[in-house]
Design a protein around this ligand. Structure first.
Ligand code: NAD
Ligand code: TYD
Length: 349
């Protein structure tokens, strides 16, 4: 029987991954360890919270004693490591929080897995979930491949790059059975409204300005979050030990084009005249060190494991907007409290 520790399962991607594993594998035991930072939210997991194969533990991945106790208690056969500080703008304001969780937390988890598994690595997997941002910034052409040299440029991406290096170091030095995936920008339900898409949906609902950094010409490669979770499932079970897989949807949008498409769809869904929401677009000061373009080549994942994204972007965006409109209670809970202070500090100073 598989016993899997998911870290950060109360966050955006972690909650989709936890839901997928709990529902798809009733015979597995899933333990979700999450510190419930501002980004962690148990409302993301309401539908599975009472499942027989699921346990939630509130705790921090830098807490070595807690990790040792959990490994001892549950005898994990696998780790799906999602917990992280994940927002670039916050990493610019507070880089050390990113070093603490992303670097120290990952190294602590690796060390405890190594000590607990004691060299018995048969049927064990330590899966580290990472980002395409470790590869740096592309010009107008080209893609990130699995062997693209790391060139992180924000404190967030530097901390994720560092954590990836530690994971590979534990593979090469101790033969810990690791897998890594580097994914492009995700979007979908339960996305915290500090990131571009949910922030803009929330602002359109509330008739507030849509802040576009710089000229809106930066390009991101967007993937529906459930497609990411499906790819992780596939790699976890069938990917090769010691390998890295890039995950992405060949779906590049400039920020301004994306926001225009979002405005167009929201006007229709909210019954507003065409062009209403676009009037909220406001160009603001650019992000420091703003990476120009990310674009993933996911050929390896397609060729080796047959993974392809399931949704066209316009359709995925439509599903995402519908979810936010149908779940305004979730959004209101999230934007009350500390979110207001963050928003004022980031956008209204
Ligand atoms: P998120 O910020 O929504 O969630 C992070 C979760 O980790 C939260 O539940 C939080 O409470 C928890 N957490 C934070 N610090 C912790 C700590 N010290 N101990 C225990 N739990 C802690 O992030 P996300 O967008 O779901 O990203 C998940 C992972 O996927 C991250 O590793 C991120 O780098 C990676 N990733 C994200 C994207 C994206 O577009 N969001 C793309 C590629 C990769
Ligand atoms: P974001 O969602 O923060 O993801 P990442 O920085 O990890 O790619 O931002 C996506 C893009 O949108 C990025 O180019 C920055 C830009 N952006 C804005 O223009 N305005 C905003 O308010 C935010 C949050 C992001």
């Amino acid at each position: 029987m598989q016993r899997i520790l998911i870290t950060g399962g109360a966050g955006f991607i972690g909650s989709h991954l936890t839901r997928l594993f709990v529902n798809k594998y009733p015979g597995y035991k899933i333990v979700n360890l999450d510190a419930l930072t501002y980004a962690g939210n148990l409302n993301n997991l309401q539908d599975i919270k009472d499942a027989a194969n699921y346990t939630f533990v509130k705790g921090d991945i830098t807490d070595m004693a807690l990790l040792q106790q959990l490994f001892e208690q549950h005898q994990f056969t696998g780790v799906l490591h999602c917990a992280a500080e994940s927002h670039v703008d916050r990493s610019i304001t507070d880089p050390l929080a990113f070093v603490r969780t992303n670097v120290l937390g990952t190294a602590t988890l690796l060390q405890v897995a190594k000590e607990s598994w004691k060299g018995d690595y048969s049927n064990k997997v330590f899966y580290h979930i990472s980002t395409d941002e470790v590869y740096g910034s592309l010009g107008e052409t080209g893609f990130f491949y699995e062997n693209t040299a790391y060139d992180p440029r924000s404190p967030y991406s530097a901390s994720k790059a560092s954590s990836d290096h530690f994971v590979r170091a534990f593979y090469h030095t101790y033969h810990l059975p690791v897998k890594i995936s580097n994914c492009s920008n995700n979007y979908g339900p339960f996305h915290f409204p500090e990131k571009l898409i949910p922030l803009s949906i929330n602002n359109i609902i509330n008739n507030k300005p849509l802040p576009i950094y710089g000229k809106g010409e930066n390009v991101r490669d967007w993937l529906f979050v459930e497609d990411h979770a499906r790819a992780i499932d596939l790699i976890y079970h069938k990917g090769r030990i010691g390998e890295t897989y890039n995950i992405g949807g060949h779906n590049e949008w400039t920020n301004i084009d994306l926001i225009r498409e979002l405005c167009r769809q929201m006007d229709i869904k909210l019954g507003k005249p065409e062009g209403t929401s676009e009037q909220l677009i406001t160009y603001v000061k650019d992000r420091a060190g703003h990476d120009l373009r990310y674009a993933i080549d996911a050929t390896k994942l397609k060729d080796e494991l047959g993974w392809l994204p399931s949704l066209q972007f316009e359709e995925g965006l439509g599903k995402t907007i519908d979810w936010y409109l149908d779940n305004r209670g979730w959004l209101e809970d999230v934007v009350n409290g500390h979110y207001k202070e963050y928003y004022a500090e980031q956008y209204e100073k």
